[in-house]
Design a binder for this molecule. Structure first.
Ligand code: ARG
Length: 468
């Protein structure tokens, strides 16, 4: 039977009836709907609405629904179920008769969907944190292996200064650690229990909300029934955090694509994650990276959809909120399916250390170090800059590097250049010059790596849901 047919005299338009259903996509919330219903049933028994025997019947019924859904996905092919809440009610009545209809006493689907979605977001965050830990680990392992290998760093995509490969990899680690932190933070606000909020004004029974919240691993009940039934901030925050993560993945993907082109040649695309061209036999294309870059658009689109849905929505529950489900699921699915693949890519890819190292030593990336040499000898910074600029210009004309200029050449530009000048131009000297915490001097990168390892390990030690 329908959940609301009593006051209606006419049947629903058949097309509308199908069109307004959410069950085709909210069926995936079944596990959450079942545990939340179990918690509500126990609260009903404590409130004296269900006898202990009725409670047992209901809990057994809910269990059976869960097992049947797990055993065969076709069980969920129910063209009549309006949504996951209706599906459970129908199945429960089929299994245990009219006692099943007692489960809905004192509750509303408005609090149920808010609860299920919070449980979905929480479970997704826990999955994502595990995945992010492996993803970050792939960078840290590579950074450890890279030792003192160097590469160019770019500004304006023009060669700027040499850096340690490890320093470059740790830049990505920072981005992804921030993403993990954002998810942890989002989880805190999501982890509150709407059960007991009713349709909008609170349950019509004195249900023990603390007990329901605790049973479901929530930190506390939500504070206001109007907010609890209309709030989707937790979904918006979550998908915004995913957007930011997807955005970082797309920046990473773009840089890998660039570095894999022959012009750079720093990255050898791993065959298990690349494809060929049907036309050009020589091609190996970075499809995984291109799709990762593209998926960011999709996740950001989901975030925009969610925000636009809630914008201007009056309190409290409005059916528009049903439309928040699909973008929420899509964003979570997109990122959850992507992370293990990019991790596999990162674990498999080969970096061309020789090419990176060579690129780090050409193209005047030691020019700032050359200017620092003059500054050390009392030349004002602006004048040192000017002098080295002139030296670079001379090199460009001659097709050589700074170290190839004679002392005579240098003196014609500035008399502070001395015969020891070339000793400041070598790669190790240039790297060591950046001797500040957060800079690329090897001793600081070593410490930064250790520090990042510790912060990444903390991701794994966060209390998992199962341990609650
Ligand atoms: N399927 C609905 C949704 O996802 C459940 C809540 C329905 N509530 C209502 N008052 N019609 O939003």
């Amino acid at each position: 039977m329908k959940m609301w047919s009593g006051r209606f005299r006419q049947p629903l338009d058949a097309e509308f009836e199908q069109w307004q259903r959410s069950f085709p996509y909210d069926g995936r919330l079944l596990p959450f709907e079942l545990v939340a219903s179990g918690a509500h049933a126990r609260a009903l028994e404590r409130a004296g609405v269900l006898t202990p025997a009725e409670l047992t019947e209901i809990l057994t019924g809910l269990d059976q629904i869960g097992s049947r859904a797990e055993a065969s996905p076709e069980f969920l092919n129910d063209p009549e179920a309006e949504d996951v809440h209706h599906f459970v009610e129908k199945q429960l009545a089929t299994l245990i008769g009219s006692v099943g209809y007692k489960l809905h006493t004192g509750r509303s689907r408005n609090e149920q969907i808010a609860t299920d979605l919070r449980l979905f977001v929480r479970a997704s965050i826990d999955t994502l944190q595990e995945m992010l830990a492996s993803w970050i680990d792939a960078f840290l392992t590579r950074a450890e292996k890279a030792g003192n290998a160097a590469m160019p760093a770019y500004t304006h995509l023009q060669p700027a200064e040499p850096v340690l490969v490890a320093h470059w990899l740790l830049a990505y680690v920072e981005m992804f650690l921030r993403d993990a932190e954002r998810l942890t933070d989002c989880r805190k606000r999501a982890n509150l229990c709407p059960l007991g909020s009713g349709a909008v004004a609170g349950a019509t029974l004195t249900l023990n909300r603390q007990a329901m919240a605790a049973e479901l691993g929530f930190d506390a009940p939500t504070a206001n029934s109007i907010d609890a039934t209309s709030d989707r901030d937790f979904a918006i925050e979550f998908v915004n955090a995913l957007s930011q993560l997807a955005l970082h993945l797309s920046r990473w993907a773009e840089e890998m694509i660039l570095f894999s082109t022959p012009a750079y040649g720093f990255v050898e695309l791993p065959e298990p994650y690349s494809t060929g061209s049907s036309a050009m036999p020589q091609k190996k294309n970075p499809d995984l990276l291109e799709l990762a870059r593209g998926k960011a658009a999709r996740v950001m689109g989901c975030a925009t959809t969610l925000q636009t849905l809630v914008k201007g929505l009056p309190l409290a529950y409005n059916k528009d909120l049903q439309e928040t489900q699909e973008p929420l699921f899509d964003a979570a699915d997109t990122v959850i399916s992507m992370l293990p693949l990019v991790t596999g890519w990162m674990q498999t890819v080969d970096f061309n250390d020789a090419k990176m190292n060579q690129a780090a030593q050409s193209g005047f990336m030691n020019a700032w170090a050359a200017a620092a040499y003059l500054v050390d000898r009392g030349v004002p910074s602006r004048l040192a800059h000017e002098a080295v600029g002139k030296a670079v210009q001379l090199c460009i004309e001659r097709g050589c590097e700074l170290k190839d200029l004679t002392l005579g050449d240098l003196h014609s530009i500035h008399e502070a250049f001395k015969s020891d000048f070339p000793s400041c131009l070598g790669l190790p000297e240039v790297l060591a010059l950046h001797d500040v915490p957060g800079g690329t001097a090897p001793r600081h990168v070593k410490r930064a790596l250790q520090n990042a390892r510790e912060r990444a390990a903390a991701l794994r030690t966060q209390e998992p849901l199962a341990a609650r």
